[in-house]
Design a protein around this ligand. Sequence first.
Ligand code: 5AD
Ligand code: SF4
Length: 475
Amino acid sequence: MSNVLYINKPSLKVARNRKDVSIIYETITNLGEHLFKDGYFFIHTYGCQANVRDEETMTGLLTNSGLERTNNVENATVIILNTCAVRENAELKLYGEIGKLKRLKKQKEKPIIIVSGCVVQQEEALELLINKYRHIDIFMGTNRIHHLLDLIKLVKKTNKRVVDVPSDDTTICEGLPVKRNEDFKAFVNITYGCDKFCTYCIVPYTRGKERSRKKEEILKECKTLVKQGYQEITLLGQNVNAYGLDLNDGSNFASLLEEVAKLSIPRLRFLTSHPWNFTNELIDVMSRYSNIMKYLHLPFQAGNNEVLQRMGRRYTKESYLELVNKIRAKMPSIALSTDIIVGFPGETNTQFEDTLDVVRKVGFSSAFTFIYSPRIGTPAARFKDETSKEEKSERFNLLKEEVEKVTEAYAQKLVGTIQKVLVDGFSKKDPNKLSGYTECNKLVHFNGGIDLVGKIVDVKIDYSKVYSLQGKIVE
Ligand code: 5AD
Ligand code: SF4
């Protein structure tokens, strides 16, 4: 199979120059036809929660098509690698994984191999995949998941490789089938895409225009989850604060959050909040509902104002710290986590000190730390970067040390307290112990039986390790 059928090609330029285009709302009524008599599909998802939620839709579609999920790639009729492009390392790992699949095409029953997600949305990466990995059959864009079964049909019919990766698609699809990865914790999309265009970030190009789902659809999905007995909902968006701004009907994130909280889901969370546009109304709603978890992921990325400005972040160190104070004034016990990038082009050692200062001043409960990774097509990839790799690693290690200090101090404060924990299952590290997350999103290990999985239990915290807590169930 060497012919390539192009339905849509991605273009960074088109993604970058998009204007105020209108959103197309589409409701799918065909839940996926029975394409296969039997067989298995395999999906490996890399990256963020948006990808995990996309995986659940693909799983829904493929299950309806007659296939069953397998963890054994050797058995699969359909193989999907659902990719992440946010940093280079993830992308490099992916190429290794794709390479390994080639031998499966020598089998009598050749699987259909699909690459979806953010990597294929990048022009250069897509070209490399098309030319170098000829065993890939389908390249499917982040906003084309509803076409998955049609694309498979097309490959079967034409025996061609198919590319369906537009950069200007503004469709929001409702009614797609979903098979969730968990029975008691669920992700619910509220916005897709991102219009912030932080200068280091590829996401606005790969996930497209920021667009909000209609409130009725979100509430319908949440109500179904409550009815099904779900214990936790996480509302998802690249920047949830932007929810509703494109709907022009007065909706905003704070009022949406309040309406979902009123549905009485035991635990409600959201991801991710940009510090920009974090309203007083949102702080107020969070503080008034006990089922909205007192935990907030609030990426600050860098502590220096000049670096923040070059990152296009739209806030300063001072205004970030002020926001944190405002949030803590209303919710003193709130746990804050964050994302931090070191080694942004042009960042000096003195500027990096500001990042350490913010870490110390805020006292995060956890933090994801990254070394800056240039992404082709983003403005920052063209910025002058004279800092050596060694120096960046040194800063990264210093940052990790500081983050460990503050997160340990936070965890230490939980020792001796009783925490409500939603039990996930047996721990991956110690299969004799259960594990789950506190309201403040800390991982806890404790003894208990399988009957507790999916339930919220009280756990007394005995001691803390770097990344987790140990405790005992309180009867
Ligand atoms: N290099 C390093 N980290 C990045 N992130 C996003 N883009 C890059 C990049 N080019 C980080 C940010 C973001 C998180 C999801 O990934 O910290 O909040
Ligand atoms: Fe990327 Fe910034 Fe959008 Fe987050 S808000 S997805 S960092 S561009």
